[in-house]
Design a protein around this ligand. Structure first.
Ligand code: GDP
Length: 433
């Protein structure tokens, strides 16, 4: 997906616009227990064009002074976005801070669309002409508060999306390594590639740029997505939590499979859970890699205990296989491509309706459908409507009678019959009259 970033100094109205663009999408997403939603990165669409949008204002960078903060936010926009919305406040005119941001944006080759916000009525539209002097062409007058002008702005943003639809149409399996800083993502990239194509070191600024890296294993092509995101150049924002979460979300978007990397040495942290939650929410295939497995002194229960901790902390990822690996010793890494391929196949698996309905009828025979207040749930028919992730619609007499625990039960039964290792399954009850 193309990425749109909103930049601008505080209080120009970035998050209002962000919320309007992603609007209902954020509020309708399903609840995943234990996953907090971040309102800095989300999906939007406009007249059939889908994109991701980042509110850079939401990325606070430690206790850096104000100027450093907005500089970093502008740099993030330049680095991450395909199109930048530069937002200013039409009521206040051009400030020094706006000019500073403009200077940073000039140096990028990214298209910039200038949005003049808080133009709440027609009379004040005349004021926007001053903003030509910022040097980004026509300013677009908008009112976040009233939702005026957004259409024209988004038309212009979309007009700037480049044609190149990347290389997503090939048969390559796309996967990404996600995780907090220092869990060993870059080291794993190197170890998987088996050669020093991406250079890793403790010293900042040494990892060479590489966006997507392809390799072939056993006749199957794989694309390691967004290895550029593993760069470490010591910028102020690169180790902030929200930045790494945002990077992870972007990489997940561009992948079929997300490898969630944990650090065996440090155990499971809150941030790990958040990052893993995004992979789950995005409906991608998920594999958990416990890296630095070489650092632990092991007894015969070390692996079992670690696995139990993962299962307890990442309950929503109960389908994800776990591999205990080491980028240092390359332990078990040879198995990884095959595992990715298996998860990919499962993620794209399509099962026939007749076979699926046999499974469901058996499930009902074992554990009959529940009743709520004297009304019994009836299941008529189930059918798989989509793959990647496999999505099954179950027609019932009344969706209100379909308790989530029964949905969970059906899911478990389905998983007993078909190999859906590594993929979430979506089960959507629907009322049929
Ligand atoms: P990233 O921020 O997730 O990309 O992490 P890096 O790949 O830069 O690794 C962070 C640090 O952990 C570096 O000092 C690596 O040498 C070290 N490291 C990475 N993987 C392993 C591993 O499997 N075992 C050990 N012992 N150290 C590792």
């Amino acid at each position: 997906l193309p990425v749109v970033a909103i930049v601008g100094r505080p209080n120009v109205g970035k998050s209002t616009i962000f919320n309007r663009v992603v609007g209902e999408r954020i509020s309708i997403v399903e609840d995943t227990p234990g996953v907090t939603r971040d309102r800095i990165y989300a999906h939007g669409d406009w007249v059939g064009h889908e994109f991701s949008i980042i509110d850079t204002g939401g990325i606070e960078i430690g206790d850096q002074p104000f100027v450093k903060q907005i500089t970093a936010q502008a740099e993030i926009a330049i680095e991450e976005a395909d199109v930048i919305i530069f937002m200013v406040n039409g009521k206040e005119g051009i400030t020094n801070a706006d000019e500073n941001i403009a200077k940073i944006l000039y140096r990028s080759n990214k298209p910039v669309v200038l949005a003049v916000n808080k133009i709440d009525n027609l009379e004040s539209r005349a004021d926007i002409y001053d903003f030509y002097s910022l040097g980004f062409g026509d300013p677009y007058a908008i009112s976040g508060a009233h939702g005026i002008g957004l259409g024209d702005l988004l038309d212009q943003v979309i007009a700037n999306f480049s044609e190149q639809q990347d290389d997503k149409e090939d048969d390559s399996i796309r996967f990404s390594l996600i995780g907090r800083p220092n869990v060993g993502k870059s080291s794993l990239v190197n170890a998987i590639l088996g050669e020093e194509r991406v250079i890793v070191s403790d010293v900042s600024g040494t990892t060479r740029d590489a966006i997507n890296t392809k390799f072939v294993d056993n006749g199957q092509e794989f694309t390691m997505v967004d290895t550029a995101g593993l760069r470490k150049r010591g910028k102020v924002y690169e180790n902030t939590e929200r930045y790494s979460v945002m990077r992870a979300m972007k990489a997940i978007d561009n992948s079929n499979i997300a490898l969630v990397v944990l650090n065996a040495e440090e155990g499971i942290r809150e941030q790990d859970k958040r990052i893993a939650g995004y992979a789950h929410d995005a409906g991608k295939g998920v594999i958990i890699l416990v890296n630095k497995w070489d650092t632990l002194k092991k007894t015969n229960s070390t692996q079992r205990d670690f696995e139990a901790a993962i299962r307890a902390e990442f309950q929503y990822l109960s389908y994800a296989p776990i591999l205990f690996v080491s980028a240092l010793t390359k332990q078990r890494l040879a198995k990884l491509p095959e595992l990715i391929k298996t998860v990919y196949d499962n993620h794209g698996r399509r099962i026939s309706s007749s076979s699926l309905n046999d499974v469901i009828m058996d499930a009902i025979a074992i554990t009959p459908t529940p009743s709520i207040k004297g009304r019994k749930l009836r299941i008529y028919y189930a059918t798989q409507v989509k793959t990647a992730p496999p999505t099954i619609v179950v027609f019932v007499n009344d969706v209100d009678l379909m308790h989530f625990s029964y949905v969970r039960y059906l899911e478990n039964q389905i998983r007993k019959y078909y190999d859906f290792t590594g993929t979430p399954l979506k089960i959507i009850p629907r009322s049929r009259k």
